[in-house]
Design a protein around this ligand. Structure first.
Ligand SMILES: [Zn+2]
Length: 282
């Protein structure tokens, strides 16, 4: 496979050596020309953690950090952890474990406080938060928005980006305004699983050709991702680990060098303060 003359970053995927392919998936990514990864911790309950206090999330974060260190060794660039609390946890707590929405909020915010410790120590790059992508009762929605706003206040304090899992939308200007109220520039709020067009946060575009074409035509900052879940029980649930480098090849064939530079060099630098060129060693 011909090497690509550019860094190639998958902005959001999961690696789970216990239940999935782990570093084998990283090797696939690298062989196709992939260089850098942002690895998001799996939802806590997928790693058999039924949290009842913030400290319980630490095992999830530590496992992710260990996997990221192994991934970095397998890459010509490197990987970074993105840590947080999956917004779907609120439903698990309220519907299955008899938490009130306020108790669920407090636990999820405490989990984010622990994630923030890793960012503060330089052991994680960014935080992950958001709100359910499905309909929930008003009190659960409000609790979820409070969790997300807590993530924004932590992000402001740490000067780090916040990745969001939200409902499908091409207009999250209201959420971006909350981030700005908290003190984070809206560009440092990243909507994961985005389409090619998004008002408010920076879109992390799911790497399907039609979404990417839209992002390229729009000409605004964007990132690319697969949301690979690395779960042997759900092999085709999302895009595979080879997808981002494959799509970069396609984009270069189309003559979209500027868009590749935007998604893999400039936007990562603006959003996260990372230099994907300087960290490319081989
Ligand atoms: Zn994900």
């Amino acid at each position: 496979m011909e090497a690509l003359d550019t860094p190639v970053l998958d902005n959001h995927l999961h690696l789970d050596p216990r239940h999935g392919r782990g570093i084998d998936a990283v090797d696939d990514f690298r062989r196709l020309g992939g260089t850098h990864l942002l690895v998001v911790n799996k939802p806590s309950w997928h790693l058999d953690v039924e949290a009842s206090e913030g400290e319980d999330f630490r095992a999830v974060f530590e496992e992710t950090i260990t996997t990221v260190e192994e991934a970095s060794e397998a890459l010509p660039g490197r990987a970074w952890p993105v840590l947080g609390v999956h917004p779907g946890l609120v439903s698990r707590l309220v519907d299955e474990r008899d938490f009130s929405p306020a108790e669920a909020r407090d636990l999820m915010q405490a989990g984010l406080d622990v994630a923030a410790e890793y960012v503060r120590a330089g052991d994680a790059l960014a935080l992950k938060s958001g709100r359910p992508h499905y309909d929930v009762p008003d009190a659960v929605w409000e609790a979820s928005n409070d969790v997300m706003r807590h993530a924004f206040s932590l992000g402001a304090e740490l000067d780090c980006a916040v990745q969001l899992h939200t409902e499908a939308s091409d207009d999250l200007t209201a959420v971006a305004a909350w981030a700005e109220d908290a003190g984070i520039p809206r560009k440092k709020v990243v909507k994961h699983y985005a389409g090619g067009r998004l008002a408010g946060p920076t879109p992390s575009v799911m790497s399907e050709k039609d979404r990417l074409e839209t992002a390229v035509e729009r000409g605004e900052p964007f990132l690319m991702e697969t949301d690979f879940v690395d779960d042997a029980d759900r092999p085709g649930a999302v895009l595979g680990p080879k997808t981002v480098p494959r799509r970069v090849r396609w984009m270069l064939d189309e003559g979209w060098e500027d868009a590749v530079e935007t998604a893999h060099v400039e936007t990562p630098k603006d959003v996260y303060g990372i230099d994907t060129r300087a960290t490319l060693s081989r």
